[in-house]
Design a protein around this ligand. Structure first.
Ligand code: V47
Length: 366
């Protein structure tokens, strides 16, 4: 393989990785430009196996989107509706939200992942009470809720500091933050695709604060639209720099852009080859991130399986009732059982491990 790495023009990158020397912006851009995808996959797989061997993580979770009313106007979004009465707009009552958990009393779920629109007129107590209710129904459930964009929005809407917002939510039961809303950190890209929500510095500042308050979080990257290779690598490097400071990130999650029913629908969806490359480059650049996750809803199941040989060690979870991707045209199922995910991992030649949100082993399916 070393001959192949050399003929791919990546000998010096392999040498850096062997010597424990960090890759820089220029290395990352070259990894995106080099034609030999398998050489890059091989390098990323080596890093993955160094950390995790063949172990591949997933969790038994549900997704809840309590409202799609959203004052932001992200061009890529097919989920949001601007005002409460608009066609297709919905906001769950607290009872409806809690019922999503009550209905699954028979499932050994370990996590609820909540992502909402930025609703302009719900009371602060709606969110606090939602979390308290989930913990009343299932005291042991992990609540991974609200992107940093939602946290920034709450601070402005309710006139609080980010720290007050996070502390109130933690008191009500919040356990960690998901990685959504990061999109691409580049100011140029944000101006074009999501100009009216928190910028990259604010996003990262909220994660820094969450880590300081003792929470863990993830960070995503929405790829395959107007961003350049350099902007992808810059995004990874900004996440890596914060991880150097805090160590609070668990997973980096590239999210494949889905072009249906949104204002960027003229763009093609990213190819499978690009998806594999993005995950592989993330594994190579992000030497301080324990996990690289492929969100199977976004990548498609087959590509997610293949990605397990391109640097990925985590497939998110069972998910259930995902709306953001399905409204943007995702053809994947809306849920998988733990047995189905385990089988998909196993037939990819990897070892399935059911984890909790902190990557503690819950079970090792046969
Ligand atoms: O922030 C919205 C993305 C994200 C589209 O932290 C789209 O464990 C593609 O962040 N095409 C929400 N992407 C989902 C998310 C996530 C998913 C899985 C695990 C975790 C985690 C977080 O979905 C949004 C946005 O970047 N998104 N619309 C679209 N048309």
């Amino acid at each position: 393989m070393y001959a192949r790495i050399a003929s791919a023009g990546l000998r010096d990158v392999a040498d850096k990785l062997d010597g424990g020397i960090r890759l820089d912006l220029e290395d990352g851009v070259r990894l995106f430009a080099a034609p030999d995808l398998l050489a890059i996959g091989w390098l990323a797989n080596r890093e993955r196996e160094k950390r995790h061997g063949g172990r591949t993580f997933f969790n038994h979770n549900i997704r809840l989107e309590a409202t799609n009313v959203c004052v932001a106007s992200c061009l890529f979004c097919a989920f949001a509706r601007l005002k409460p009465g608009d066609d297709g707009a919905y906001t769950m009552s607290l009872e409806q939200a809690w019922n999503k958990l009550r209905e699954r009393a028979d499932q050994p779920l370990t996590e609820v992942h909540v992502v909402n629109g930025l609703h302009p007129d719900l009371p602060w107590d709606y969110y606090l009470e939602m979390l308290r209710g989930f913990k009343r129904i299932r005291p042991d459930i992990h609540l991974k809720c609200f992107t940093a964009i939602e946290i920034a929005f709450f601070s402005e809407l309710y006139g609080m500091t980010d720290e007050q917002v996070l502390r109130d939510l933690m008191d009500a039961g919040l356990d960690s933050l998901p990685g959504g809303g990061a999109e691409v950190f580049s100011e140029r890209v944000r101006r074009k695709i999501c100009h009216d929500k928190a910028d990259a510095d604010r996003y990262l500042a909220i994660h820094r604060l969450a880590h300081r308050l003792g929470m863990r979080s993830n960070v995503t990257m929405l790829y395959g639209h107007i961003e350049t290779d350099e902007e992808r690598v810059d995004h990874m490097l900004r996440a890596r720099a914060l991880q150097d400071e805090t160590g609070g990130f668990q997973a980096f999650i590239p999210l494949a852009f889905h072009p249906d029913n949104n204002r960027m629908e003229k763009l093609p969806a990213p190819t499978a080859a690009d998806t594999l490359r993005v995950h592989a480059v993330a594994r190579l650049m992000l030497d301080n991130f324990p996990h690289v996750k492929a969100f199977w809803i976004a990548t498609g199941v087959g590509v997610a399986q293949t990605s397990l040989w391109f640097g990925v060690d985590d497939l998110d979870g069972t998910v259930q009732e995902e709306r953001i991707y399905h409204m943007a045209g995702a053809p994947t199922p809306e849920a998988m059982t733990p047995a189905e995910i385990s089988r998909l991992i196993r037939i990819s030649g990897r070892e399935p491990i059911e984890r909790d949100t902190f990557y503690n082993v819950v079970s090792q399916p046969a």
